[in-house]
Ligand binder design. Structure first.
Ligand SMILES: Nc1nc2c(ncn2[C@@H]2O[C@H](COP(=O)(O)OP(=O)(O)OP(=O)(O)O)[C@@H](O)[C@H]2O)c(=O)[nH]1
Length: 301
């Protein structure tokens, strides 16, 4: 692989609810994410799916369908959805070929038009309509914005999806591989949840534990008790710091967990089971892969 010509970037998928954004994301990144998205994923989460091949990495950001947020998390996600548009290298507007253009579609396109990056129009669900209807759909949308390309696709069956990926690769800039090649998804909430936990560590331990603490959320899934089960690792640089964080008979880590859980429950508007684990990793801050792993490179989009 010639890393010099490696292309990478962020592609936001935007559209009104049910047009097939998540289905497309699953199709693009393959089987693995489909299994994962069965768990905690609903329309309220913004999901990233990562497509990697020999010469590119495309990070897809599946925004929540544009609709009125119902709770705090909805607000949060909508805000991040729009901020995803700002940071994106390309934006895909997804519409449904089987339905007439509606005010929701127009709103989405208006939003998307403001970004200064290539705008793709994806006319989805072509498996449900005749070729004539596909042409009609293209006609009714194509002049609403200056689309770089228009792709009629079936996210469900995969028609034209590889061609879409190729089209996106063409407009992406040269850039680094943000995620390991085998990582296909990332929850943006992971970063926020990790920050909540880190904040509690800093509040409760004060100067005793310097700012060399990092938190990594390893998994976040809905468990059998219908709670969001989160496993997170608190990473420190020395064994003495590990002792402080755990505290006498585990008192400190219990306190950290309890406080963090309260915030996370508010954020997710859901019951949370939080499992914390402390790990010593000498000079983790000096290792680039660690920083990427912890989301530091991505916290500005
Ligand atoms: N026939 C057909 N159905 C599709 C296609 N793409 C998506 N669907 C179906 O449309 C429904 C909505 O798909 P989602 O992928 O959840 O839509 P979404 O845009 O992510 O929806 P929100 O998350 O609510 O914004 C599901 O029942 C999908 O199976 C397609 O290409 N063809």
């Amino acid at each position: 692989m010639n890393k010099k010509n490696f292309k990478s970037g962020f592609v936001a998928l935007i559209g009104r609810p049910n047009v097939g954004k998540s289905t497309l994301l699953n199709k693009v990144v393959g089987q693995k994410i489909a299994i994962m998205s069965d768990k905690a994923q609903t329309t309220r989460n913004r999901i990233q799916g990562v497509y990697t091949d020999a010469d590119s990495q495309v990070v897809f950001i599946d925004t929540p369908g544009i609709h009125k947020p119902k709770h705090a998390l909805g607000n949060f996600m909508l805000k991040t959805a729009y901020s995803a548009l700002q940071g994106a290298d390309a934006v895909c507007v997804v519409v449904n070929a089987a339905e007439k253009i509606g005010p929701g579609d127009r709103l989405v396109i208006e939003r998307a038009k403001n970004v200064q990056v290539p705008l793709f129009l994806l006319i989805n669900k072509i498996d449900l309509v005749s070729p004539e209807q596909v042409l009609q759909a293209i006609e009714s949308y194509k002049d609403l914005a200056d689309f770089a390309q228009v792709f009629p696709i079936s996210a469900l069956e995969g028609n034209n999806v590889p061609e879409l990926v190729e089209g996106l690769k063409e407009v992406l800039p040269q850039g680094p591989q943000y995620y390991p090649a085998d990582q296909v998804m990332d929850h943006p909430e992971y970063f926020v949840v990790a920050e909540f936990i880190r904040e509690k560590v800093l509040i409760l331990t004060r100067e005793e534990v310097p700012h060399s603490v990092a938190v990594k959320v390893e998994s976040m899934v809905r468990n059998e008790d219908d709670k969001i089960e989160i496993h997170a690792v608190i990473i420190v640089e020395r064994a003495s710091q590990k002792g402080i964080i755990i505290g006498k008979q585990g008192q400190m880590i219990k306190k950290i967990g309890k406080m963090a859980r309260r915030d996370i429950e508010k954020l997710l508007a859901d019951k949370v089971y939080l499992d914390l684990f402390v790990q010593v990793q000498k000079s983790w801050r000096d290792r680039m892969t660690n920083l990427q792993d912890l989301g530091y490179e991505l916290d500005n989009y």
